[in-house]
Design a protein around this ligand. Sequence first.
Ligand SMILES: [Zn+2]
Ligand SMILES: [Zn+2]
Length: 338
Amino acid sequence: MKAAVLYGKGDLRMEDRGVPVPGAGEVLVRIRACGVCGTDAALFRGEYPAAFPVVIGHEFSGEVAALGKDVGGFKVGDRVTADPNVLCGSCGYCRGGLGHLCSRVSSMGVHRDGADAEYALVPAVNLYTFPETLAFEEAAFTEPLACAVHGVDLAGVRTGDTVLVLGAGGMGNLIAQLARLSGAARVVVSEPIAMRRDRALENGATDAIDPGAGDVGEALRRINPLGADVVFEVAGHVGLQAQAVRLARKGGTVVWFGVAPPDKVAEVSPFYVNENEIRILGSYNNPFATDRAVKLLAERRIRVDNLITHRIALGDYPKALSLFGGRDTVKLMVTMGA
Ligand SMILES: [Zn+2]
Ligand SMILES: [Zn+2]
């Protein structure tokens, strides 16, 4: 089978490998679509720790091709997507109900082989079925949507809130839609790329700011004079993460959702955070959110079809990484053919 294998920083190779055989508790999935994520780009740039060599890709959907021993609840041909994070089940975090922070987590596409390949092995406990009404490339949004659901859970968006989303790429677009679904009265996106702003407005954001055209804080305060009840920083840019703190209202919440390079530091005034009682939260992975993400997609409460700007055949995977982040992109989708 064809697979996109990352050997280290900047070293991605297309390989031909044998189709893996599912062990006990595992399912062999024939991959049909796999989204390209900021984490994949960060892995390629050497900005995210991983176990090399590894088949890249963790936002996928496909069909069950074969079942390992002792797998119940699935049959060959089922349409499936997955939570790619395999938890140890026995560390202090797993036992404490915080499995997404598992000390020994093994994530597909990072620590174990992922889904930019024709087939992938997935533990059955990580698999979720989805209905035929949902296209494979739509279902491939399950993992990023589940992460967005967790971020919105943590933030505690309330009905009537003003929510600011800094960065309206694929993930920012999902968070903006979830904020609207959670009852926010105003969902404001700030994004330098016009096409991404347009998609956000099309999908339910109420306002879009071009940060290149003027001061974001001023534009925000014209919409809500106190500032935002909740600010999501989705770009993973430390300057923006620092700025986010001053865009929240007093007592407001800031979610650092974007993944910043591990060696970068944000300059935030503790005095300001203290005096204004700002809540700053990290949001990591997708605990108890995958099931809800599948339902949101299947019930068409979240729109993803218009976020896909590029479809790239698996054989052209290196092209996907070179396109990532470009001004004409929102979401890149790797497809594995019919
Ligand atoms: Zn991802
Ligand atoms: Zn654990």
